[in-house]
Ligand binder design. Sequence first.
Ligand code: PEP
Ligand code: MN
Length: 338
Amino acid sequence: MVIVLKSTATVQDREALAEKVTALGFTPHLIIGEERTIIGAVGISGNRDQIFDLIKHPAVDNVVPIQKPYKLASMETRTTPSVIQVGEARFGNGFASIIAGPCSVENEEQMVETAKGVKLAGAKALRGGAFKPRTSPYAFQGLGEEGLKLLKVASQETGLPIVTEVMNPRDLDLVERYADIIQIGARNVQNFSLLKLIGQTRKPALLKRGMATSIEEFLMSAEYILSEGNQQVILCERGIRTFETATRNTLDLSAIPVLQQRTHLPIIIDPSHATGYASLVPSMSRAAIAAGADGLIIEVHNNPEKALCDGPQSLNIEQFAQLMREMEKIGAVVGKVL
Ligand code: PEP
Ligand code: MN
Protein backbone atom coordinates (compact mmCIF):
# COMPACT_ATOMS: atom_id res chain seq x y z
CA MET A 1 0.00 0.00 0.00
CA VAL A 2 1.23 3.49 -0.80
CA ILE A 3 0.14 6.45 1.31
CA VAL A 4 0.72 9.57 -0.76
CA LEU A 5 1.17 12.66 1.40
CA LYS A 6 0.05 16.16 0.53
CA SER A 7 2.81 18.68 -0.16
CA THR A 8 1.68 20.49 3.01
CA ALA A 9 2.30 17.44 5.24
CA THR A 10 4.64 18.20 8.16
CA VAL A 11 7.30 16.03 9.78
CA GLN A 12 4.85 15.48 12.66
CA ASP A 13 2.20 14.30 10.16
CA ARG A 14 4.69 11.83 8.70
CA GLU A 15 5.61 10.49 12.10
CA ALA A 16 2.00 10.19 13.19
CA LEU A 17 1.08 8.36 9.98
CA ALA A 18 4.08 6.04 10.24
CA GLU A 19 2.93 5.14 13.76
CA LYS A 20 -0.59 4.41 12.51
CA VAL A 21 0.83 2.22 9.73
CA THR A 22 2.80 0.26 12.33
CA ALA A 23 -0.25 -0.04 14.57
CA LEU A 24 -2.19 -1.54 11.64
CA GLY A 25 0.42 -4.28 11.29
CA PHE A 26 2.50 -2.95 8.36
CA THR A 27 6.12 -1.81 8.20
CA PRO A 28 6.33 1.85 7.14
CA HIS A 29 9.00 2.92 4.61
CA LEU A 30 9.30 6.66 4.19
CA ILE A 31 10.25 7.67 0.65
CA ILE A 32 10.97 11.36 0.25
CA GLY A 33 10.84 12.18 -3.45
CA GLU A 34 11.50 15.42 -5.26
CA GLU A 35 7.83 15.95 -6.02
CA ARG A 36 6.05 14.04 -3.31
CA THR A 37 6.59 12.12 -0.12
CA ILE A 38 5.03 8.73 0.31
CA ILE A 39 4.89 6.10 3.00
CA GLY A 40 5.11 2.56 1.72
CA ALA A 41 3.13 0.26 4.02
CA VAL A 42 4.60 -3.18 3.48
CA GLY A 43 3.79 -6.55 4.99
CA ILE A 44 1.39 -9.43 4.67
CA SER A 45 -0.27 -9.39 8.06
CA GLY A 46 -1.53 -5.79 8.17
CA ASN A 47 -5.15 -4.66 8.20
CA ARG A 48 -5.82 -3.71 4.57
CA ASP A 49 -9.34 -2.35 5.15
CA GLN A 50 -8.38 0.03 7.90
CA ILE A 51 -5.33 1.35 6.09
CA PHE A 52 -7.63 2.80 3.40
CA ASP A 53 -9.22 4.91 6.16
CA LEU A 54 -5.97 6.89 6.36
CA ILE A 55 -7.31 8.80 3.36
CA LYS A 56 -9.39 10.77 5.88
CA HIS A 57 -6.23 12.12 7.52
CA PRO A 58 -5.77 15.81 6.55
CA ALA A 59 -2.15 15.26 5.46
CA VAL A 60 -2.99 12.36 3.14
CA ASP A 61 -3.63 12.88 -0.55
CA ASN A 62 -4.31 9.28 -1.53
CA VAL A 63 -3.97 5.64 -0.46
CA VAL A 64 -3.32 3.21 -3.30
CA PRO A 65 -2.43 -0.47 -3.40
CA ILE A 66 0.92 -1.49 -4.92
CA GLN A 67 0.16 -4.11 -7.55
CA LYS A 68 3.63 -5.55 -7.92
CA PRO A 69 5.09 -8.10 -5.48
CA TYR A 70 8.33 -6.08 -5.38
CA LYS A 71 6.78 -3.18 -3.48
CA LEU A 72 9.75 -0.94 -2.73
CA ALA A 73 11.61 -1.64 -5.97
CA SER A 74 8.51 -0.90 -8.02
CA MET A 75 8.20 2.23 -10.13
CA GLU A 76 4.70 2.50 -8.61
CA THR A 77 6.19 4.07 -5.50
CA ARG A 78 8.09 6.80 -7.36
CA THR A 79 7.63 9.53 -9.90
CA THR A 80 11.28 9.62 -11.00
CA PRO A 81 14.07 7.04 -11.26
CA SER A 82 16.49 6.93 -8.33
CA VAL A 83 20.00 8.31 -8.61
CA ILE A 84 22.68 6.57 -6.57
CA GLN A 85 25.78 8.65 -6.00
CA VAL A 86 29.13 7.53 -4.58
CA GLY A 87 31.97 10.02 -4.92
CA GLU A 88 31.80 11.28 -8.48
CA ALA A 89 29.97 8.18 -9.68
CA ARG A 90 26.28 8.67 -10.38
CA PHE A 91 23.91 6.00 -11.59
CA GLY A 92 20.38 6.59 -12.82
CA ASN A 93 18.05 9.28 -14.17
CA GLY A 94 20.34 10.51 -16.93
CA PHE A 95 23.67 9.63 -15.30
CA ALA A 96 25.70 6.63 -16.47
CA SER A 97 29.00 6.11 -14.66
CA ILE A 98 31.63 3.57 -15.58
CA ILE A 99 33.14 1.21 -13.00
CA ALA A 100 36.39 -0.35 -14.20
CA GLY A 101 39.22 -2.48 -12.88
CA PRO A 102 40.52 -6.02 -12.79
CA CYS A 103 38.51 -9.13 -12.11
CA SER A 104 40.59 -9.81 -9.03
CA VAL A 105 43.09 -7.92 -6.93
CA GLU A 106 46.54 -9.47 -7.45
CA ASN A 107 49.21 -7.07 -6.22
CA GLU A 108 49.84 -3.39 -5.51
CA GLU A 109 51.47 -2.57 -8.82
CA GLN A 110 48.59 -4.14 -10.80
CA MET A 111 45.96 -2.30 -8.75
CA VAL A 112 47.59 1.13 -8.68
CA GLU A 113 48.60 1.08 -12.36
CA THR A 114 45.14 -0.07 -13.45
CA ALA A 115 43.36 2.38 -11.15
CA LYS A 116 45.41 5.32 -12.45
CA GLY A 117 44.80 4.25 -16.04
CA VAL A 118 41.03 3.87 -15.74
CA LYS A 119 40.71 7.09 -13.74
CA LEU A 120 42.57 9.05 -16.42
CA ALA A 121 40.30 7.52 -19.06
CA GLY A 122 37.15 8.65 -17.20
CA ALA A 123 36.05 5.77 -14.96
CA LYS A 124 34.27 6.96 -11.81
CA ALA A 125 34.74 3.86 -9.63
CA LEU A 126 37.28 1.06 -9.25
CA ARG A 127 36.35 -2.63 -9.25
CA GLY A 128 38.43 -5.55 -8.01
CA GLY A 129 37.55 -8.80 -6.31
CA ALA A 130 39.23 -9.81 -3.06
CA PHE A 131 36.84 -12.73 -2.51
CA LYS A 132 36.34 -14.54 -5.80
CA PRO A 133 33.55 -16.99 -6.66
CA ARG A 134 35.44 -19.50 -8.83
CA THR A 135 33.94 -22.56 -10.47
CA SER A 136 36.96 -24.62 -9.44
CA PRO A 137 38.11 -24.81 -5.83
CA TYR A 138 41.67 -25.10 -7.19
CA ALA A 139 41.52 -21.76 -9.03
CA PHE A 140 42.79 -18.49 -7.47
CA GLN A 141 40.26 -17.58 -4.78
CA GLY A 142 41.33 -13.96 -4.20
CA LEU A 143 43.60 -12.33 -1.64
CA GLY A 144 40.91 -11.75 1.00
CA GLU A 145 41.68 -8.92 3.43
CA GLU A 146 45.07 -8.32 1.82
CA GLY A 147 43.18 -7.64 -1.43
CA LEU A 148 40.89 -5.16 0.32
CA LYS A 149 43.94 -3.30 1.63
CA LEU A 150 45.39 -3.08 -1.87
CA LEU A 151 42.08 -1.74 -3.16
CA LYS A 152 42.26 0.94 -0.48
CA VAL A 153 45.77 1.92 -1.57
CA ALA A 154 44.63 2.24 -5.21
CA SER A 155 41.56 4.18 -4.12
CA GLN A 156 43.65 6.59 -2.06
CA GLU A 157 46.02 7.13 -5.00
CA THR A 158 43.19 7.97 -7.39
CA GLY A 159 40.19 9.07 -5.34
CA LEU A 160 38.07 6.37 -7.01
CA PRO A 161 35.47 4.68 -4.79
CA ILE A 162 35.80 0.90 -4.37
CA VAL A 163 33.38 -1.72 -5.72
CA THR A 164 34.09 -5.18 -4.35
CA GLU A 165 32.22 -8.42 -3.80
CA VAL A 166 31.20 -10.09 -0.57
CA MET A 167 30.44 -13.80 -0.91
CA ASN A 168 30.02 -14.92 2.66
CA PRO A 169 27.92 -13.21 5.37
CA ARG A 170 30.86 -13.94 7.71
CA ASP A 171 33.02 -11.46 5.74
CA LEU A 172 30.45 -8.68 5.49
CA ASP A 173 31.76 -6.55 8.38
CA LEU A 174 35.24 -6.70 6.91
CA VAL A 175 34.17 -5.94 3.32
CA GLU A 176 31.88 -3.13 4.50
CA ARG A 177 34.87 -1.38 6.10
CA TYR A 178 36.65 -1.13 2.74
CA ALA A 179 33.92 -1.09 0.08
CA ASP A 180 32.10 2.01 -1.08
CA ILE A 181 29.71 -0.19 -3.08
CA ILE A 182 29.19 -3.80 -1.99
CA GLN A 183 28.87 -6.23 -4.90
CA ILE A 184 26.67 -9.30 -4.70
CA GLY A 185 27.72 -11.79 -7.34
CA ALA A 186 25.49 -13.62 -9.82
CA ARG A 187 25.80 -16.82 -7.81
CA ASN A 188 24.50 -15.13 -4.67
CA VAL A 189 21.50 -13.35 -6.19
CA GLN A 190 19.15 -15.56 -4.19
CA ASN A 191 21.29 -15.92 -1.09
CA PHE A 192 18.51 -14.34 0.92
CA SER A 193 20.35 -14.27 4.24
CA LEU A 194 23.24 -12.37 2.60
CA LEU A 195 20.78 -9.99 0.91
CA LYS A 196 19.05 -9.25 4.22
CA LEU A 197 22.36 -8.50 5.95
CA ILE A 198 23.41 -6.16 3.14
CA GLY A 199 20.01 -4.52 3.51
CA GLN A 200 20.98 -3.70 7.08
CA THR A 201 24.13 -1.85 5.99
CA ARG A 202 23.96 1.66 4.61
CA LYS A 203 26.41 1.05 1.78
CA PRO A 204 25.05 1.00 -1.78
CA ALA A 205 24.69 -2.52 -3.13
CA LEU A 206 25.52 -3.68 -6.64
CA LEU A 207 23.28 -6.68 -7.24
CA LYS A 208 24.15 -8.93 -10.16
CA ARG A 209 21.49 -10.86 -11.99
CA GLY A 210 22.01 -14.58 -11.75
CA MET A 211 22.62 -16.64 -14.83
CA ALA A 212 19.12 -18.13 -14.62
CA THR A 213 17.25 -15.35 -12.85
CA SER A 214 14.02 -13.99 -14.31
CA ILE A 215 13.41 -10.25 -14.17
CA GLU A 216 10.76 -10.75 -11.51
CA GLU A 217 13.06 -12.91 -9.37
CA PHE A 218 15.82 -10.31 -9.81
CA LEU A 219 13.54 -7.54 -8.55
CA MET A 220 12.40 -9.69 -5.63
CA SER A 221 16.07 -10.10 -4.66
CA ALA A 222 16.50 -6.32 -4.75
CA GLU A 223 13.37 -6.12 -2.59
CA TYR A 224 15.11 -8.20 0.11
CA ILE A 225 17.77 -5.47 0.40
CA LEU A 226 15.29 -2.58 0.23
CA SER A 227 12.92 -4.11 2.75
CA GLU A 228 15.69 -4.06 5.36
CA GLY A 229 16.00 -0.29 4.95
CA ASN A 230 18.88 0.04 2.49
CA GLN A 231 17.43 2.12 -0.34
CA GLN A 232 20.54 2.11 -2.51
CA VAL A 233 20.52 -0.84 -4.90
CA ILE A 234 22.10 -0.83 -8.35
CA LEU A 235 20.98 -3.70 -10.59
CA CYS A 236 23.50 -5.30 -12.94
CA GLU A 237 22.74 -7.45 -15.98
CA ARG A 238 25.81 -9.62 -16.65
CA GLY A 239 24.54 -12.13 -19.17
CA ILE A 240 22.26 -15.09 -18.72
CA ARG A 241 22.86 -18.69 -19.65
CA THR A 242 21.31 -19.89 -22.90
CA PHE A 243 22.04 -22.66 -25.43
CA GLU A 244 24.60 -20.37 -27.11
CA THR A 245 28.27 -21.19 -26.52
CA ALA A 246 29.93 -18.62 -28.83
CA THR A 247 29.85 -16.18 -25.91
CA ARG A 248 30.39 -16.91 -22.21
CA ASN A 249 26.79 -15.87 -21.50
CA THR A 250 24.07 -14.16 -23.53
CA LEU A 251 23.80 -10.44 -22.83
CA ASP A 252 20.15 -9.57 -22.29
CA LEU A 253 20.17 -5.92 -23.33
CA SER A 254 16.38 -5.88 -23.32
CA ALA A 255 16.65 -6.14 -19.53
CA ILE A 256 17.52 -2.42 -19.57
CA PRO A 257 14.18 -1.08 -20.90
CA VAL A 258 12.22 -3.90 -19.26
CA LEU A 259 13.65 -3.05 -15.83
CA GLN A 260 13.32 0.68 -16.41
CA GLN A 261 9.60 0.20 -16.97
CA ARG A 262 9.25 -1.72 -13.72
CA THR A 263 11.67 -0.18 -11.24
CA HIS A 264 13.15 3.15 -10.19
CA LEU A 265 16.48 1.44 -9.41
CA PRO A 266 19.42 2.07 -11.77
CA ILE A 267 20.44 -0.74 -14.11
CA ILE A 268 24.01 -1.19 -15.29
CA ILE A 269 25.61 -3.66 -17.70
CA ASP A 270 28.63 -5.92 -17.27
CA PRO A 271 29.77 -6.65 -20.85
CA SER A 272 32.87 -8.54 -19.67
CA HIS A 273 31.19 -11.49 -17.96
CA ALA A 274 28.34 -11.31 -20.48
CA THR A 275 30.57 -11.95 -23.49
CA GLY A 276 33.75 -13.51 -22.10
CA TYR A 277 35.92 -11.95 -24.83
CA ALA A 278 37.70 -8.59 -24.79
CA SER A 279 37.06 -8.21 -28.52
CA LEU A 280 33.27 -8.22 -27.91
CA VAL A 281 33.28 -5.80 -24.98
CA PRO A 282 33.43 -2.48 -26.92
CA SER A 283 30.45 -3.17 -29.18
CA MET A 284 28.28 -4.42 -26.33
CA SER A 285 29.31 -1.46 -24.14
CA ARG A 286 28.36 1.02 -26.84
CA ALA A 287 25.07 -0.83 -27.35
CA ALA A 288 24.35 -0.72 -23.61
CA ILE A 289 24.76 3.06 -23.47
CA ALA A 290 22.59 3.41 -26.58
CA ALA A 291 19.91 1.23 -24.98
CA GLY A 292 19.76 3.49 -21.92
CA ALA A 293 22.00 1.74 -19.35
CA ASP A 294 22.69 3.75 -16.20
CA GLY A 295 26.33 2.67 -16.24
CA LEU A 296 28.68 -0.23 -16.90
CA ILE A 297 31.12 -2.35 -14.95
CA ILE A 298 34.04 -3.34 -17.18
CA GLU A 299 37.03 -5.57 -16.48
CA VAL A 300 40.30 -3.77 -17.21
CA HIS A 301 43.79 -5.08 -16.42
CA ASN A 302 47.17 -3.40 -16.86
CA ASN A 303 48.44 -6.64 -18.40
CA PRO A 304 45.51 -8.93 -19.37
CA GLU A 305 47.80 -11.73 -20.64
CA LYS A 306 49.16 -12.13 -17.10
CA ALA A 307 45.82 -11.83 -15.27
CA LEU A 308 45.14 -14.50 -12.65
CA CYS A 309 41.42 -14.40 -13.46
CA ASP A 310 39.35 -13.50 -16.54
CA GLY A 311 42.28 -12.19 -18.62
CA PRO A 312 40.67 -13.10 -21.99
CA GLN A 313 37.69 -10.82 -21.31
CA SER A 314 39.72 -7.94 -19.83
CA LEU A 315 40.54 -4.80 -21.80
CA ASN A 316 43.96 -3.24 -21.44
CA ILE A 317 44.12 0.39 -20.35
CA GLU A 318 44.51 1.75 -23.87
CA GLN A 319 41.53 -0.22 -25.17
CA PHE A 320 39.47 1.00 -22.24
CA ALA A 321 40.44 4.64 -22.87
CA GLN A 322 39.39 4.30 -26.50
CA LEU A 323 36.07 2.73 -25.45
CA MET A 324 35.41 5.53 -22.95
CA ARG A 325 35.70 8.09 -25.74
CA GLU A 326 33.26 6.11 -27.89
CA MET A 327 30.76 5.68 -25.06
CA GLU A 328 30.91 9.40 -24.26
CA LYS A 329 29.94 10.17 -27.85
CA ILE A 330 26.98 7.80 -27.72
CA GLY A 331 26.02 9.14 -24.30
CA ALA A 332 25.85 12.64 -25.75
CA VAL A 333 23.43 11.43 -28.42
CA VAL A 334 21.10 9.59 -26.06
CA GLY A 335 21.26 12.16 -23.26
CA LYS A 336 23.41 10.29 -20.75
CA VAL A 337 26.15 11.99 -18.76
CA LEU A 338 29.08 9.57 -18.36
C1 PEP B 1 32.78 -10.48 -10.99
O1 PEP B 1 32.23 -9.40 -11.26
O2 PEP B 1 33.97 -10.58 -10.72
C2 PEP B 1 31.98 -11.71 -11.03
C3 PEP B 1 32.42 -12.82 -10.47
O3 PEP B 1 30.84 -11.58 -11.71
P1 PEP B 1 29.50 -12.49 -11.70
O4 PEP B 1 29.09 -12.61 -10.29
O5 PEP B 1 28.57 -11.68 -12.54
O6 PEP B 1 29.88 -13.78 -12.35
MN1 MN C 1 35.64 -11.68 -13.57
